[in-house]
Write a protein of this length. Structure first.
Length: 207
């Protein structure tokens, strides 16, 4: 082998092999991406929570309207059949309060959510829940009427119904940012608390 060939061989075998390039990210970039993801998740969660609050306010406000209509129907059917004139008067006062609430609540629901008719515009699941809720009340009152026990059952059930109704009002007040809605329900809550006391006291005296 001549000198030239020998030198070429040495050059070939001793030539360093280039190291494979490895892909890597700058740690600052990774930290920035991580922060961006966390912030995005945070805003998604907040938006979801705000959406749920708004939906719950809407659902419970509509539930109030449905419950009011059902209770007014019950009062119309049974108040005049009660023997006690005091109970009839209390039932009539309750009817008046609920009628006034309905009158003032509906325009607020219409302006806020386009809700105009409780039978047509209510969410089907809430309407079904309220229909099932009122059924036992009607059955209890009818059985009491047939068995001559209407006064006793009437006062007991109406005390309970007012308490449950006030609970819904309180929840809507706590959730809403609509001043007109909050003002209306606070006034209604005050009136119905007084009536609840009357029904409860009457129930205590009759036991």
């Amino acid at each position: 082998m001549d000198n030239m060939a020998y030198l070429q061989q040495i050059s070939t075998t001793s030539k360093p092999v280039a190291a494979k390039k490895q892909f890597s990210l700058n740690p600052k970039i990774l930290i920035g991406v991580g922060i961006a993801v966390v912030v995005l998740i945070f805003f998604i969660v907040i938006a979801s929570m705000l959406g749920n609050v708004t939906d719950k306010e809407k659902e419970e406000a509509m539930r109030l309207n449905i419950r009011t209509n059902y209770l007014l129907s019950v009062l119309d059917d049974y108040t005049n059949s009660v023997k006690s004139s005091n109970l009839r008067s209390m039932g009539a006062t309750l009817s008046t309060h609920l009628t006034e609430l309905n009158r003032d609540l509906l325009p607020i629901l219409t302006a806020a959510w386009g809700y105009e008719d409780w039978e047509q515009d209510s969410p089907p699941e809430i309407l079904e829940e309220e229909t099932e809720f009122i059924r036992p009340l009607v059955e209890d009152l009818e059985n009491a009427r047939l068995n001559g026990l209407l006064d006793r059952v009437y006062v007991r059930e109406l005390a309970l119904q007012i308490a449950l109704f006030n609970s819904i009002q309180s929840e809507v007040i706590a959730r809403t940012e609509k001043e007109d809605l909050a003002t209306l329900l606070e006034k209604s809550l005050t009136n119905l608390r007084e009536l609840h006391t009357q029904f409860s006291d009457y129930s205590d005296r009759s036991n």
